[in-house]
Ligand binder design. Structure first.
Ligand code: HPA
Length: 248
């Protein structure tokens, strides 16, 4: 029973799905993190695999970039393939001044400028929130709320884990300095392009979702991660997501 965008059969996906944006990351996760991963779809080069992790079935499917794209894949997974939980593992631009590249932001809420949301429930400013169970499990796996280490090791090489709101923007190349200032003044940590639509689709389809973002660049100063470090740090988000699936 293939859908327009997923060329798989019913039962091909596990109830738990990891969702990076980049199809090559999906492939790498399938090859290096999952056991016995089988390719289940490759429509439009959006690779999907199902395997196991610690004996539990887990799938990985790329979302592509932006809210319309992730909404298509999330809706089809929840509605037609029996998927119950999706954790997006992506990158985000750091907005709050205390963030550094390599930090992780677990999105406890997602603001958005997307027209997809303006029309969702007429007259309502819809609040995009993740599954609290997945959020709590990922935060706990990330050591959030644990006493801070002291001395020289205070800032681990792997960066810190934060929990807070993100902006899911429809525009990557935006000129929005004043908007950014207002968002930061309202507690927003980072900008990415998918969490809000994923959370809304999970709500609409009766599923659960969470977005875990590695900070890949900063909006307030020049900084980016070398490719090798980016993959290592990205793997950390994958581990947080797998721990959240196991513990939630
Ligand atoms: N904007 C939007 N999405 C992003 C960014 C950004 O600066 N960095 C990583 N994903």
């Amino acid at each position: 029973m293939a859908t327009p965008h997923i060329g798989a059969e019913a039962g091909d996906f596990a109830p738990d799905v990891l969702m990076p944006g980049d199809p090559r990351r999906a492939k790498r996760i399938a090859e290096t993190v999952l056991q016995d991963a089988q390719l289940v779809t490759e429509v439009r080069g959006i690779f999907g695999y199902t395997g196991t992790y610690d004996g539990a079935p887990v799938s990985v499917l790329a979302s592509g970039m932006g809210q319309p794209s992730i909404a298509i894949y999330a809706t089809e997974l929840f509605r037609f393939f029996g998927v119950k939980r999706i954790i997006r593992i992506g990158t985000a631009g750091g907005m709050a001044r205390h963030l550094d590249v390599g930090d992780v932001v677990i999105a406890s809420a997602a603001h958005t400028d997307s027209a997809m949301t303006a029309s969702r429930i007429p007259g309502i400013h819809y609040s995009h929130a993740p599954s609290f169970r997945l959020l709590a499990a990922a935060a706990s796996a990330g050591g959030y709320g644990a006493p801070a280490p002291t001395g020289r090791r205070r800032r681990a090489k792997t960066g810190s884990v934060y929990v807070g709101p993100v902006l899911s923007s429809d525009t990557f190349y935006a000129d929005r300095a004043e908007i950014n200032d207002l968002l930061v003044a309202h507690g927003t940590l980072a900008v990415e392009m998918e969490a809000a639509a994923l959370y809304a689709c999970a709500d609409r389809e009766g599923g659960e979702a969470l977005s875990i973002c590695t900070i890949s660049d900063l909006l307030f100063r020049d900084a980016s991660l070398p490719a090798e470090e980016r993959e290592m740090l990205f793997d950390r988000s994958v581990q947080l997501a797998l721990a959240a699936f196991a513990q939630a």
